[in-house]
Design a protein around this ligand. Structure first.
Ligand code: UTP
Length: 295
């Protein structure tokens, strides 16, 4: 097998989704419906899986809570009841068959305790093994501005750079307290950057002092877009964090380990030609429902 060929994607979906309570008491946020650009009502997770497949990914690992295993299996691995299938339109019957085929590429992994995003990623270690992998948030969907999908763009950059890639987008200073932020040195202006530091939710003062990027407006910064292409070395840093019980806001986070990965192996940042839509907050979800279909 080619060493840097990317076959696997990991999607953590084991969070509680507290910001969408009480809906998330009964429906996982990753199963909320969106209307995709093909006009189908899809659970968010399916749109994310299709984004991965569009980039040539052949195996998808979904990190779920043990209690939710069945519901994800039901959607992604079990065939539809015959009576239900028989009542579908021919187009939806075809889609249902395609879904069954997709199911064979999906593995449900478990996060026994909800100890944070970084911890959920760590739960995929044994499944990923010694390969680079695409990491995707379970509550973000993507729309490319060009023919190549967003995930596909990120994979391409990885193939060229041969080191971990973090996808980026430009954001105003006012939202930095909600985002992971990156700085570095442009290799291709406004497109590809050699990352020198990643920092989670900086204050504006910290960002202005340490995270400014040459050529960008004073109140604009590079923020994490939500797609990552990571080497398996990330698991060493996550393991270190977990073993040392190094928590941020009570949870094992990813960004600090990404920064360590960057310092040790180098990391390329890529400003994606596309848009990222958040589905993890009430108003963001509402806006995504409106805008995503209209692109
Ligand atoms: P979030 O930061 O959105 O956390 O997780 P959350 O718990 O899902 O939602 P809120 O903040 O309580 O509203 C980012 C991604 O990581 C997953 C989530 O399912 C989401 O896709 N995650 C988070 C896990 O898999 N396990 C965790 O312990 C935490």
């Amino acid at each position: 097998m080619q060493k840097n060929k990317v076959r696997k994607a990991v999607i953590p979906v084991a969070g509680f989704g507290t910001r969408l309570f009480p809906a998330t008491k009964v429906v996982k946020k990753e199963l909320f419906p969106i209307i995709d650009r093909d006009g189908r009502a899809k659970p968010v997770i399916l749109a994310i899986i299709e984004e991965a497949i569009s980039a040539g990914i052949t195996e998808v690992g979904i990190v779920a809570q043990p209690d939710d295993k069945e519901i994800f299996e039901n959607l992604l691995k079990n065939p539809l009841k015959k009576e239900f299938f028989d009542n579908l339109s021919p187009q939806n019957q075809e889609y249902s068959r395609y879904l069954e085929d997709l199911g064979s590429r999906i593995t449900i992994l478990l996060q026994e305790e909800q100890l944070g995003y970084g911890h959920a990623v760590f739960c995929a270690k044994d499944w990923v093994q010694d390969e680079p992998f695409l990491l995707m948030l379970g509550d973000h969907i993507y729309a490319s501005d060009i023919a190549k999908s967003c995930a596909s763009q990120v994979l391409n950059v990885y193939t060229q750079a041969n080191q971990s890639v973090v996808s980026l987008t430009t954001k105003p200073a006012e939202i930095l307290h909600t985002a992971g932020c990156v700085t570095g040195v442009w290799q291709e202006l406004n497109s590809i950057i050699e990352v020198t530091q990643l920092y989670e939710k900086p204050t504006i003062e910290y960002a202005q002092q340490h995270l400014r990027v040459e050529g960008m407006a004073e109140n604009e910064f590079l923020c994490i877009f939500g797609l990552y292409l990571l080497t398996p070395k990330i698991f060493d840093f996550l393991a270190e964090h977990i073993n040392q019980n190094f928590r941020e806001r009570g949870e094992f986070q990813l960004t600090y380990c990404l920064d360590k990965l960057c310092q040790e192996e180098g990391m390329t940042g890529y400003v994606v030609k596309g848009k990222c839509f958040d589905t993890g907050l009430p108003d963001a979800y509402r806006q995504t429902m409106i805008d995503f279909r209209n692109l």
